[in-house]
Design a protein around this ligand. Sequence first.
Ligand SMILES: Nc1ncnc2c1ncn2[C@@H]1O[C@H](COP(=O)(O)OP(=O)(O)OP(=O)(O)O)[C@@H](O)[C@H]1O
Ligand SMILES: [Mg+2]
Length: 503
Amino acid sequence: MYELNDLLILLNSSQAIISIETHEELRAVDLIKRCSVNIAKPVMKWSITSGIVDAASGVPAFNLMPMGATQNPKVEADAKQALREIASSRTPSVYILLDFHPYLDDPFVIRTVKEIAQNHLKNGHHLIFVSPELNLPNDFSRLSAKFKISLPDRSALRKLVLAELKIWKIRNTDKRFHANRKSIHLLVNNLIGLTVSESQRLIRNAIYDDDAISSDDLEKVQKAKYELIGQDGVLSFEFETANFAQVGGLTNLKNWLAVRRDVFLPTEDARGLDIPKGILLVGVQGCGKSLAARAVAGAWNVPLLRLDFGTLYNKFFGETEKNMRKAIELAEVMSPCVLWIDEIEKGISTGDFDSGTSQRLLATLLTWMAENKKPVFIVATANNIDALPPELIRKGRLDEVFFVDLPSEETLGEIYSIHLNKREIGISSIDLSELAKRSQGFSGSEVEQVVVSAMYQALALKQDLAIEHLLNEIENTRPLSIVMAEQISLLQKWASGRTVMAH
Ligand SMILES: Nc1ncnc2c1ncn2[C@@H]1O[C@H](COP(=O)(O)OP(=O)(O)OP(=O)(O)O)[C@@H](O)[C@H]1O
Ligand SMILES: [Mg+2]
């Protein structure tokens, strides 16, 4: 609605030339047509195929084009002829010129357009150029205004979804549609950043493939959206997300995230609060940092985009910073989303050997983090604190730095249960607390390894998996907490006081 108002203001303020750069021609034309009544001028439309016609009725205006003119090979002349006719017309009108951009470097065209604009007070004409790509010549850039067709907002997208649902219901009176407020809300969230026509296509796909709006559709929509806009590989779209039921322990982190979910994915009552910016997960190897990053996206039902500093360097040698900005832009368009920067210290600790590129890269990221207002939630992970730039940890950049320590005995039991269940092994006959007691100092990844190896062992012995196989594997494991005891204790010392415990 604001758009209509803005365009009316432009037309009423005697703006003779307006340019609208958009892929959504139909929407632009429709918007201009709706202005017609308010400004009390007819709206005409020119295109190379139909000449000048009345935009509402499609009736040719000046009988410009003889019958069969669509095959007229003198296309350029038609464009010029159209301008001549407009210049001499005495009825003040709005002229929409569709795809006129190929003619805009012709001296005759430039001069005529300029004269029409300069005579605006006398002739009352407006020229509105509508093309997907538009660079108006400098000659009349001062006489013109750019008008931006905004992307549909949440409420417009919601209306689109409901309209499509209505059509489905009319066509399928005998069937039931499966969707609820929540699934529609999530679908709408994922369409933000797309044009009306792109959204419409995705909504239709989502509705008609299985007569439901479900979580499957969300994934497809996220992927299609990524493909529509992210073609240069600066970010990768991660298909594999997780949910927090697959993550043992990390209770503090889970609670912290649960409280912020509604602010991140705005609901009516969460307005006004600052959008969470992100977290840094520092911790012991194999204790679930990467898993937790995947789980944030899964739990919040938003796309997971991975930013790999290494790729930025390798793929676009010499263009690293530009591509960092591209990655950020893409994340903004894909928002709400989770931007996952795994092992962030590796990307920015090339130190003195890269003539400052990594420093500038970090600066770009930090500046954006400070200014960003879009719902892009960063989950950065790091193992090596020595290589972590202090400015990243400073308060205010990210919301919190969590320390992911080795799991407690209780959590170990939980992780065993997760990995046994995942492999469809009944846990009723297995004493989880015994396993946990004997695995003290193991990481989550080592627990997983114990389960997998024990299954192989049982298979080799042609036995069903039993606690003995698991205990046997535990005995044979030398956990990292022993092998790297010193480093881990240094890490734990560093973390206390500087970070919040994730478990
Ligand atoms: N808390 C946990 N709950 C369940 N599974 C876990 C947990 N921690 C680790 N795992 C298992 O170990 C695997 C490896 O963990 P993950 O890659 O998340 O660790 P990480 O902390 O990112 O390690 P690294 O520092 O080596 O990157 C996970 O995919 C998961 O299967
Ligand atoms: Mg990891």
